[in-house]
Design a protein around this ligand. Structure first.
Ligand SMILES: [Zn+2]
Length: 317
C-alpha cells in the first residue's frame, strides 16, 4: 500500500507541475473565480497573458523517476530510488504551489488592477474595451484562454450575469463575438443581426444590458465582405431583397450607404462596411434616449470595429 501511495504522489506531483507549466495564470484565474463563487456573479477573471509560470523539474527527479520504473501492475520496482523521487518531487510541488500563490497574472493592459472590483460597479468602459482588444489579439494569434467555461463557471453564473461589454455584431457565422474576442461565459452580452441592422428588438436588447446588467462598453462590429451590406448595396436604387422581412432589413441599412449609390464597390466592401458600422453606432444614440444619455454622461462608450475575414483581426476606428 505504501508503494501505491508513493506512486500516486509521484504522478500527482508530475501532473501538478505539468498543469502549472502549461496553463500558467489561467490556473490561478480559475481558482480565483471558484473562490469568489459564493459572493459574486462577476465574469471570470480574464486571462489575457501567456503562461507565466515555468517550472524546471530537478535533474534528480528525472534520474530517480527512470530508476523507479514501474512494473505492469504499476508498482514501483526500485524502492531504493523512491525516497529520492519523493524528496525531489516535493520540491517540484512546493515550487508549483509557491508560483501559484505568488505569481501575479499579467493581464496586459489594466485588467489586473480592476478585475476584482467590477462586480459592484461594473467595469469601466476603457478597461472593458482593452480586454476585448487583448482578446482579439489572442484570437488572431491563436493563443486562447482556457478558463471561463468550465462547470464551476456555469454554476457561478447561474445566479446572475454581469457582462463587461455589449457587442452588436453581424450574424455572419464567421464572426462570432465570443470567439473573435476570446471571451467566455457571462463576459459579453451579444446582439446579432445581419449587417447589424437595427430595430426595436435590437436596440431594446442593448438598452437592457446597459440599464439592468451594467455593461458600459458597447462595440458595433461589422466585417469585410458582409453579405447584408452587399444586399443593401444591391437594392440601394430600388428592388426587392426577397421578402418583406429582408426588405425591412436592407431598408434599415440603406441610409447608411446612401453616399455610395452608383459607385463601384470597394475591395471586400470594406469602405461600405465601415460606413455601415459607423452609421449604426451613430444611429444607436439617435434612436435610443437611454444610450444617448449614457454616452453624454460618460457612463458608456461606443466603439466601431471591423473584422477582417482573412486575418481574424478587428480594426477599431
Ligand atoms: Zn455581415
Amino acid at each position: 500500500m505504501k508503494k501505491e501511495i508513493l506512486l500516486y504522489f509521484f504522478l500527482s506531483a508530475l501532473l501538478t507541475a505539468s498543469t502549472s507549466t502549461l496553463t500558467g495564470c489561467a490556473s490561478k484565474s480559475t481558482t480565483e473565480a471558484a473562490a469568489s463563487a459564493t459572493t459574486t456573479t462577476a465574469p471570470a477573471a480574464e486571462n489575457t497573458s501567456p503562461p507565466s509560470i515555468t517550472l524546471t523539474v530537478p535533474a534528480a527527479v528525472t534520474a530517480a523517476s527512470a530508476a523507479a520504473s514501474t512494473d505492469a501492475t504499476g508498482n514501483i520496482e526500485n524502492p531504493a530510488s523512491t525516497e529520492t523521487v519523493k524528496i525531489e518531487l516535493k520540491k517540484v510541488a512546493d515550487l508549483a504551489n509557491k508560483a501559484a500563490a505568488t505569481t501575479e497574472p499579467d493581464h496586459g493592459n489594466t485588467h489586473a488592477a480592476t478585475e476584482h472590483t467590477h462586480e459592484a460597479t461594473g467595469v469601466a468602459p476603457d478597461v472593458a474595451f482593452g480586454w476585448l482588444k487583448n482578446g482579439n489579439l489572442r484570437f488572431s494569434k491563436q493563443y486562447l484562454r482556457r478558463d471561463g467555461q468550465g462547470k464551476k463557471d456555469i454554476q457561478r453564473l447561474a445566479e446572475g450575469q454581469k457582462p463587461h461589454s455589449i457587442v452588436l455584431s453581424c450574424s455572419d457565422s464567421r464572426v462570432p463575438p465570443e470567439l473573435v474576442f476570446d471571451q467566455k461565459l457571462g463576459e459579453i452580452f451579444v446582439v446579432r443581426t445581419a449587417g447589424q441592422a437595427l430595430d426595436a428588438n435590437a436596440i431594446g436588447s442593448i438598452e437592457y444590458a446597459i440599464e439592468h446588467l451594467g455593461a458600459k462598453n458597447l462595440i458595433v462590429l461589422g466585417h469585410s465582405k458582409c453579405g447584408a451590406v452587399k444586399a443593401a448595396m444591391g437594392t440601394l436604387a430600388g428592388g426587392d431583397a426577397g421578402s418583406p422581412s429582408l426588405n425591412h432589413l436592407v431598408q434599415d441599412i440603406h441610409p447608411r450607404l446612401a453616399e455610395f449609390k452608383g459607385l463601384p464597390a470597394s475591395a471586400n466592401l470594406v469602405t461600405e462596411s465601415w460606413a455601415n458600422v459607423r452609421g449604426v453606432a451613430k444611429d444607436l444614440s439617435t434612436r435610443s434616449e437611454i444610450i444617448a444619455g449614457k454616452i453624454k454622461s460618460g457612463e458608456i462608450k461606443v466603439h466601431s470595429g471591423l473584422y477582417d475575414l482573412q486575418s481574424g483581426v478587428v480594426d477599431f476606428k
